[in-house]
Design a protein around this ligand. Structure first.
Ligand code: ATP
Length: 361
């Protein structure tokens, strides 16, 4: 086992049984998380779920009531913030307004002024803002200020980068651009990063792994693909991406009945016969056909409406054989053109068995 990759290398961060309450309110319950070196992990969840509190506990800006924090094999649970090896970027730019860009970036650096100058120049080159050393934060755009804040956080080459909603104060275009830049920079430096966000798209596009949080506990930890395709709870399925929900009853032969329709489902858990379950399918997994060909899980639907969402279209369909349930299907423009749909038309629709997931809660 000695040659196994990763064996003997301590995790960049381990959180063991972290609990935190504010008075009688439990903000965090039994949080366990291991982050590997070089990983980009997003803490994702709705407002108030505890993600910022967790980041602040990692940073030592808040103390936990119970639990242990280990950074690169070193127990830092009782260490103050200054003794923990990380850089942090907050939502608001948090640069010193009366200091120049260079002074802001060099703030935490020790050593000779010439070395500091060189380091600042390298960092500015790294974030694509060479030559702005003497400017003041007020002379920069929001996106530029956040890049400077990032340079400042990276100045001492910390072992861990903590990002607390760093993009949420920026407008959509800048935000998307910076997402890619931060991710590329993180991968180039190989720096372990933990980012708090409530934006599912941000988490899906940037993270190696996502930690979905709800009411102070972890709902699921997984890669973006896992979280999107294999949500383990209704909460995760609803919070990340769009979903169709279909309530039905499990039949003796292993199908699920909804109205007059029997749906085949892959991997129907055993012992569910007679129970009511909820099926879940992503809108892009719903298949529309130009002509009726029959087949598994195929039925006729009435075309409700078509909404254009730029790159794709969202089609709503009413299915008489499933108690007039409304299904949402996302299709590309090209596909829509091929289907040549007319208002009120009847459209054959398939729900592929492999794309249906069963929830029993
Ligand atoms: P947001 O995105 O809105 O910041 P969040 O998921 O980061 O949400 P936290 O800021 O971690 O949530 O807060 C979690 C819960 O703990 C919230 O209900 C909040 O009101 C509460 N809380 C946070 N800090 C304190 C505090 N210092 N005193 C009392 N309650 C607090």
């Amino acid at each position: 086992t000695v040659n196994q990759p990763g064996v003997g290398v301590p995790d960049a961060l381990s959180l063991n049984q972290i609990n935190k309450s504010f008075g009688s309110f439990n903000a965090l319950n039994d949080i366990n998380l291991n982050v590997k070196k070089g990983e980009f992990v997003c803490l994702l969840g709705p407002s108030g779920c505890g993600k910022t509190t967790l980041l602040r506990i990692i940073a030592g800006l808040e103390s936990a009531n119970a639990g242990q924090i280990v950074m690169l094999g070193r127990d830092v649970t009782l260490q103050p913030a200054a003794k923990r090896d990380y850089g942090i970027v907050f939502q608001s730019y948090a640069l010193f307004p009366n200091l120049t860009v260079a002074e802001n970036i060099a703030y935490g650096l020790k050593g000779r002024s010439q070395d500091k100058q060189t380091r600042v120049r390298d960092l500015l080159a790294l974030i694509g803002l060479s030559g702005i050393e003497t400017k003041f934060p007020g002379q920069l755009s929001g996106g530029q200020q956040q890049r400077v804040a990032l340079a400042r956080a990276l100045a001492t080459s910390p072992g861990l980068l903590l990002l607390d909603e760093p993009l949420s104060a920026l407008d959509a275009r800048v935000r998307e651009h910076l997402r890619r830049e931060i991710r590329a920079l993180q991968q180039r430096l190989g720096i372990t990063t933990i980012m708090v966000t409530h934006d599912q798209e941000e988490a899906l596009t940037m993270a190696d792994r996502i930690v979905v949080m709800n009411h102070g506990h972890i709902e699921q930890i997984g890669t973006p693909d896992d979280i999107y395709a294999m949500p383990q709870s209704r909460f995760v399925a609803e919070f990340v991406g769009r979903a169709n929900w279909l309530a039905g009853e499990v039949q003796p032969h292993g199908t699920v009945r909804i109205g007059d329709t029997q749906l085949w489902v892959n991997k129907l858990p055993p012992l569910l016969e007679g129970r009511t379950v909820t099926l879940f399918i992503r809108p892009e997994a719903v298949v529309l056909h130009a002509h009726w060909q029959g087949g598994e899980n195929t039925m006729l639907a009435h075309l409700g409406g078509v909404e254009s969402l730029g790159g794709f279209c969202r089609v709503s369909l009413i299915v008489p054989a499933m108690n007039n349930l409304t299904l949402i299907a996302d299709v590309s423009r090209t596909e829509l053109a091929t289907l040549n749909l007319q208002a009120g038309q009847r459209v054959p629709v398939s729900l592929p068995p492999h794309a249906l997931r069963v929830f029993t809660d």
